[in-house]
Design a protein around this ligand. Structure first.
Ligand code: MG
Length: 274
């Protein structure tokens, strides 16, 4: 099932797709509420079709910072090493980013005058469905609620200057997400999805989630050992090669640029930089 957060008539509400149309998920306050109470949701409840003129928002407003992986695709390792002096060690690299301003499909990526090297990173987003503690890799996917597309927008100068990712990746508007969450039952293997990113129609990133170094199950298992992952927790699983900093010469985003991140079976996330 494809789940959206819609805005219409001055309010935001969760919605689900049925027979190609969007219906309001009645009785659920927002996507986090829908995820927590998913066992109460029934397709038969969907009767109130969303009116024309709605717009879709970020499918979820994360209650905690998004947990991210750095350098989780082999081919991205070299360009990250050259670009920001970053090399993958033996263990997965985890960091987080704040999402104070949820940014959905069609929303703007702001261009701040103190940012140099505004970059895109297409990533598979994982939304946790159930409280996840000490799970094995074999059982980890049972704890996934669904998947979405995330653009891990990054200010490379801030990453370098602050010697830490947090600020450069947490600016308002730097976590476009969407267009929807696809529930896990529709994606049997998260390690077999085409992933790409275009800028103004030019393909910059093109890979497959099979190239991830640590897969979704492994990531969830490792994190859940010592960190309680709650329903609605969002994990961004890293980006393939082809970021702006990896190009020779580097080619970063500028005002007016259109970025489209696409993942097979989920959809496309389109944002304009301005
Ligand atoms: Mg990233």
């Amino acid at each position: 099932m494809r789940l959206y957060t819609c805005y219409y008539g001055g309010e935001k509400f969760p919605a689900a797709e049925k027979n190609g149309k969007l219906y309001r998920a009645e009785g659920f306050a927002d996507m986090n509420d829908l995820i927590r109470r998913w066992d109460e949701f029934e397709v038969d409840m969907l009767a109130d079709e969303v009116k024309e003129g709605y717009r879709t928002c970020s499918p979820i407003e994360p209650l905690q910072d998004v947990i991210c992986l750095g350098v989780n695709y082999q081919e991205h390792r070299a360009e990250a090493s050259d670009g920001i002096g970053f090399d993958k060690e033996e263990y997965s690299v985890y960091f987080s980013k704040r999402v104070s301003v949820p940014t959905g499909d069609g929303d703007v990526i702001p261009y701040y005058d103190f940012v140099e090297g505004l970059d895109y990173e297409a990533e598979l987003g994982v939304v946790v469905g159930r409280t996840c503690v000490n799970v094995s890799a074999e059982e980890a996917l049972d704890y996934v609620f669904g998947y979405t597309v995330i653009n891990d927008v990054s200010a490379r100068n801030l990453q370098k200057n602050h010697k830490q990712f947090y600020r450069g990746k947490s600016l308002d508007g730097y976590t476009p997400m969407g267009p929807c969450i696809v529930t896990a039952d529709e994606i049997s293997d998260p390690q077999d999805l085409e992933i790409s990113c275009t800028v103004n129609g030019e393909t910059r990133q093109k890979s497959n989630t099979s190239n991830m170094i640590a897969g979704v199950a492994e990531i969830l298992s490792e994190l859940s050992h010592g960190i309680t992952l709650r329903p609605g927790c969002v994990i961004s699983t890293g980006t393939p090669a082809g970021t702006g900093m990896g190009m020779k010469p580097p080619c970063f985003l500028k005002p007016g640029d259109e970025v489209v991140c696409t993942i097979e079976k989920i959809g496309s996330l389109r944002n304009i930089c301005e």
